[in-house]
Design a protein around this ligand. Structure first.
Ligand SMILES: *[C@@H]1O[C@H](CO)[C@@H](O)[C@H](O)[C@H]1NC(C)=O
Ligand SMILES: *[C@@H]1O[C@H](CO)[C@@H](O)[C@H](O)[C@H]1NC(C)=O
Ligand SMILES: *[C@@H]1O[C@H](CO)[C@@H](O)[C@H](O)[C@H]1NC(C)=O
Ligand SMILES: *[C@@H]1O[C@H](CO)[C@@H](O)[C@H](O)[C@H]1NC(C)=O
Ligand SMILES: *[C@@H]1O[C@H](CO)[C@@H](O)[C@H](O)[C@H]1NC(C)=O
Ligand SMILES: CC(=O)N[C@H]1CO[C@H](CO)[C@@H](O)[C@@H]1O
Length: 463
């Protein structure tokens, strides 16, 4: 996918929500997740022959419950609600302040809990689970020895790990460190495909960012925006895709793996094709005996999603097309057209996921945040919607002056942090998304619990 430099860090995507039957006990929701058993292959076959996404969850071979019972959202959601101007929404959110909280698949962890924890690390996964995220993301790229690892880009090791501080590994980077000089910023490019799995596992995860004025490689590593923190940059543990599956399975949660667009030319090393990369992602879930109803695959390439739909229909049926055609004016017009939406649906794709600004617009008569034409046409074409990513923008008072990507369509009305809840509410109650990616899942977890949203296909009004 496109890497969009924001300040000194790269901002990109995310991906989706998870699924399973919900059992309601008294007034408390207990989320239960479908899990593959020894007969999961038979289960998958049955799944693939059913019609309609709601049927995905009717074949729970066995049931597990999220391991995290004591969900902790911390102070942030309360801080945001207290900054809202008076409204029925504010009253409602205040009324939930002392309610117990449950894991919800409406709350999707974007790369862990990247607002404070190094992305795609074991520590970030655990933070997201504690915050009640029901679905956890891994962006998958491959190493030189073609093993799958979690990184948000094939070539972000120089900004998201300490590789430049380890001379023997830094020497293997596709582009070794070039110090800043004059007006030229410092640069480097280190890709997962430059090193082996064993070398990858020896690295430490850190906040994604860099120091453009660095003259020494060790100075390049830091450039975190002030509203994040380096408090947890204490050698975050990196994960292979298999490590990720093991961690998230042990937490009893659902999965969302994104096939990152390769930066190297495919076939890699003359023989590893894009299809093999896509197969490998699915195979690792099968090997771990994970039921497809717990897996929400994603890609920015429509051809990848269509490949999964055709080749692996059990996993393809809830695969997500991440749409970034929205990022140019002409692309947005194309993407918005009902005919385009229909042609995507006609290829068997059921879920589309643009960045959240493209789902919203401002009603200039009332200043209300309402669904965009894009959102209406997606729905009209029968597509379900997931969106990304909340909590990547820092203080909302600065989104207009800073031309923050995620608030592009809302710059005229967003002035303070409490309005984050108005944005979440518009996406949840008007666009009726299945789930939301967030860099700090606690915020969406609080909202979803207050409104009883279970996420994925479990909520009857968006099934
Ligand atoms: C799997 O299916 C076979 C054949 O239908 C059955 O005999 C066996 O008991 C099943 N195993 C489990 C663990 O459900
Ligand atoms: C919300 O926070 C902003 C500072 O970003 C402040 O100016 C505003 O008064 C606060 N609003 C409420 C209702 O507390
Ligand atoms: C950025 O790099 C410059 C030059 O190497 C160094 O003086 C400065 O301390 C670095 N800044 C940070 C935040 O590390
Ligand atoms: C928009 O659609 C037209 C017609 O299909 C196509 O030629 C053009 O390349 C598209 N442009 C973008 C930016 O997607
Ligand atoms: C409201 O105004 C903004 C900027 O002036 C414009 O981009 C947006 O499309 C308008 N919204 C609607 C629904 O017309
Ligand atoms: C991912 C990757 O390997 N990118 C580049 C590495 O360097 C060569 C030569 O400079 C480029 O051609 C690759 O695209």
């Amino acid at each position: 996918m496109l890497l969009r430099p924001l300040l000194a860090f790269c901002s990109t995507a995310f991906a989706l929500a998870a699924a399973a039957p919900a059992a309601i006990q008294g007034d408390q929701q207990t989320l239960v997740l479908a899990r593959a058993d020894a007969n999961s292959t038979a289960g998958s076959t049955a799944l693939a022959t059913e019609r309609g996404p709601s049927k995905v969850f009717s074949v729970p071979p066995s049931i597990i419950v999220p391991k995290v019972k004591n969900v902790q959202v911390g102070e942030r959601p309360y801080f945001l609600v207290s900054n809202m101007t008076d409204s029925p929404l504010k009253k409602r959110l205040e009324s939930c302040s002392e309610d117990p909280l449950r894991v919800t698949q409406f709350s999707i962890s974007h790369r862990g809990a990247a607002l404070q924890f190094p992305e795609h690390t074991v520590q970030g996964v655990h933070a997201a689970a504690r915050q009640g995220a029901g679905v956890i993301e891994c962006d998958a790229s491959f190493t030189k020895d073609r093993k799958l690892v979690c990184r948000h880009s094939q070539c972000d090791l120089h900004t998201s790990t300490n590789i430049l501080a380890i001379p023997e590994l830094a020497a293997k980077c596709n582009q070794t460190f070039v110090p800043a000089s004059g007006n030229k910023p410092a640069s480097a490019q280190c890709c997962t495909s430059d090193i082996t799995l064993a070398e990858f596992k020896s690295l430490c995860g850190k906040q994604d960012g860099f120091n453009a004025s660095a003259t020494r490689p060790e100075d390049f590593l830091y450039g975190t925006p002030a509203w994040r923190t380096e408090l947890y940059d204490t050698c975050g543990e990196l994960m292979t895709h298999q490590d990720y599956i093991r961690e998230v399975d042990a937490l009893g949660l659902s999965f969302t793996t994104e096939a990152k667009a390769p930066v190297v030319a495919m076939p890699f090393q003359g023989e590893y094709t894009q299809d093999e990369f896509l197969d490998q992602i699915v195979d690792e879930f099968k090997q771990a005996n994970v039921h497809p109803s717990r897996v929400w695959l994603q890609s920015f390439r429509l051809s990848d999603v269509v490949y999964w739909v055709q080749k692996h229909p059990d996993f393809g049926r809830q695969a997500i097309f991440l749409d970034e055609r929205t990022d140019t004016p002409e692309g947005l017009v194309n993407a918005t057209a009902l005919s385009t939406m229909q042609s995507i649906a006609a290829q068997g794709v059921q879920i589309i996921a643009p960045a959240f600004p493209w789902l919203l617009t401002v009603d200039n008569a009332t200043n209300e945040i309402v669904p965009s034409e894009y959102a209406k046409n997606a729905k009209e074409a029968g597509l379900k919607i997931i969106t990304w990513s909340l909590e990547r923008s820092g203080p909302l008072a600065k989104v207009a002056s800073g031309k923050d990507y995620y608030y592009t369509t809302l710059w005229s009305v967003i002035k303070s942090d409490g309005q984050l809840m108005d944005v979440v509410h518009a996406l949840a109650s008007k666009v009726k998304v299945l789930g939301m990616f967030s860099d700090w899942p606690a915020t969406v977890t609080y909202y979803a619990n207050c409104f009883g949203l279970l996420g994925g296909y479990q909520d009857p009004d968006r099934n």
